[in-house]
Design a protein around this ligand. Sequence first.
Ligand code: ATP
Ligand code: MG
Length: 252
Amino acid sequence: MAKIIAITNQKGGVGKTTTSVNLSASLAASGKRVLLIDLDPQANATMGSGTDKRTIQPTVYHILLGEKRIKEVSVNATQGKYDLVPANRDLAGAEVEMVELDKRETRLKAALTEVNNDYDYVLIDCPPALNLLTLNGLCAAHTVMIPMQCEYYALEGLSDLVNTIKKVRVSFNPKLHIEGLLRTMFDPRNILAQQVSEQLQKHFGNKVYQTIIPRNVRLAEAPGFGIPVMYHDKNSKGAQAYLALAKELLNA
Ligand code: ATP
Ligand code: MG
């Protein structure tokens, strides 16, 4: 049975997509069967996996509206290392169109039951908002992975997200829990980052991954080539960090 992880943080630019793409590639490199679902109209995970959002059809939009099944939409990403359900700008309209529909919060969950045995891991790259798209991600998931930058307001945003997870648990998905908090774009020379990191560990204990993702220019370059960083520069600190994260996840 596939383990489904929503990669979520309503704060923008914290490394959700970078984590989705590179963790997918790293898990695949360990021999795991991985499906990455792009649930963001920005479609950065789609582009970062080497699929052109301007031409790809059909997309996750058609799955949410019940017009297509996952198997009809998924494509081989990164030369077949993992599968991708792509997104494009159509997805921005899905929220409004879904309001009219039945069981609008659990449409992704329903679609995923069909591929449960085809994958070991399903990762869902959520948009930077606590909206109906993210809600679909949280209802479909077993756990939530939260990438975050160790900045001043990071902890504040975290309590909103934790409250949302609690509400989803009550209404839709009783077993949903936090998989782990991932410190991203970390600069150890930054005193504030160190302090926030310590606070995080104090509040969340072993829910904070030991693996820390450093700020690394190779990670920022790779999407421009439409490949995960391990195929851009395997020895870079960024590639090594995401391989270590995959190991930590697999050994948990
Ligand atoms: P959004 O909320 O818009 O979806 P996001 O949370 O998915 O953003 P990313 O797109 O993964 O965040 O990252 C934001 C930017 O920071 C991107 O340009 C990405 O290439 C860059 N970036 C992410 N992680 C790192 C890192 N560890 N080192 C350097 N650059 C990074
Ligand atoms: Mg993103």
